[in-house]
Design a protein around this ligand. Structure first.
Ligand SMILES: *[C@@H]1O[C@H](CO)[C@@H](O)[C@H](O)[C@H]1NC(C)=O
Ligand SMILES: *[C@@H]1O[C@H](CO)[C@@H](O)[C@H](O)[C@H]1NC(C)=O
Ligand SMILES: *[C@@H]1O[C@H](CO)[C@@H](O)[C@H](O)[C@H]1NC(C)=O
Ligand SMILES: *[C@@H]1O[C@H](CO)[C@@H](O)[C@H](O)[C@H]1NC(C)=O
Length: 284
């Protein structure tokens, strides 16, 4: 009878320790770049605090398949398994980090890091996140406008196209070096090889009596925070609509002096709106 009680309390004691270990492994954090350029290295980090317990193993998985294992008690401590085109820089990798070299697009996927504490609890926790390998466009985005000069009140349209990339680039417009808000939206043309090309259209209405007689338009294409490129700038010039605007001209001259530093004022005079997007063509 006494023996039974002792056994019971030993069991409860182990169970409590086990729950304690669950809490310590809650500190597990995974740091994987959201995006990395093809051909570059990817630095994957896993941080944890075992609160005094010994590390048993770290395992890394891509799409649930283990490609890297670090077990300090074993010799060698590191094992790399052949998974997809993954190349691990073993010398740069350890119990907190795995360095993948020369990543290519096939390595896009979910990466998970699993930590196990040593005996007696062997408690384990796992965290995962996506990494996208980016194939950037081969060239800068291209901007075109439907005219070279304008008079006040004209509707001006410009297109920006970014060549195929993976994934599609975001497009941002700049008018007189001011970013046009709300223009990351664009039309995407998907290709069968997975690449996609982005197109965006900007429509402006030129102000009547604009203090500045030019419109400088350019666009920028970007993919996450790993790639960014700007188009050339198109410069549209205002021409006088008719001789009667001579008074307007002189007023414009005066306004130029007063308002040039505040380009924002000029921008407020344009009404900006996204043209209807193109239809959903996809090329196969
Ligand atoms: C931009 O697009 C125009 C019209 O399609 C084309 O004529 C021009 O060659 C392109 N420029 C570049 C740099 O691709
Ligand atoms: C913009 O693209 C649309 C659709 O491709 C085309 O119809 C239009 O002519 C283009 N406009 C300019 C200014 O390039
Ligand atoms: C495009 O922009 C959106 C909004 O800022 C962002 O969430 C998304 O990650 C961007 N996509 C790319 C491919 O850069
Ligand atoms: C292109 O592919 C993206 C991502 O797969 C999808 O969200 C989008 O709807 C597709 N666009 C077209 C026009 O097929």
């Amino acid at each position: 009878m006494i023996k039974m009680t002792t056994l019971h309390s030993v069991f409860v004691c182990i169970a409590l320790h086990f729950i304690g270990t669950v809490n310590t492994l809650k500190s597990l954090q995974i740091h994987v770049p959201k995006a990395v350029l093809t051909g570059h290295d990817a630095d994957l980090m896993c941080s944890y605090d075992l609160e005094g317990a010994q590390l048993y193993s770290i395992r890394w998985y891509r799409n649930m398949i283990e490609f890297y294992r670090f077990v300090p008690k074993e010799s060698p401590a590191t094992k790399v398994f052949p998974v997809a085109e993954i190349k691990v820089d073993v010398a740069a990798s350890d119990q907190n980090r795995v360095v993948l070299t020369e990543v290519d697009r096939t390595l896009t996927g979910e990466y998970q890091c699993e930590v196990s504490a040593d005996a007696p609890y062997f408690h384990t926790d796992i965290k995962g996140t996506m990494m996208v390998v980016v194939e950037p466009p081969l060239t800068s985005p291209n901007v075109t406008a439907d005219r070279l000069s304008y008079v006040g009140g004209d509707h001006i349209r410009a297109n920006c196209s970014s060549p195929p990339s993976l994934p599609a680039a975001n497009i941002t417009w700049y008018v007189n070096e001011q970013m046009v808000p709300g223009f990351t939206a664009n039309h995407v043309m998907n290709f069968s090889n997975g690449y996609a090309s982005s197109l965006a259209t900007l429509e402006l209405e030129a102000a009547v009596h604009s203090p500045v007689p030019t419109l400088m338009i350019r666009c920028e294409a970007s993919i996450f925070d790993v790639w960014r490129s700007t188009s050339h700038t198109i410069v549209l010039r205002e021409r006088s609509a008719n001789p009667a605007s001579a008074l307007g001209r002189s007023l414009t001259g005066a306004a130029t002096e007063a308002c040039l530093p505040t380009i924002l004022v000029i921008l407020l005079q344009f009404s900006l709106q996204l043209l209807q997007r193109y239809g959903g063509t996809s090329i196969r």
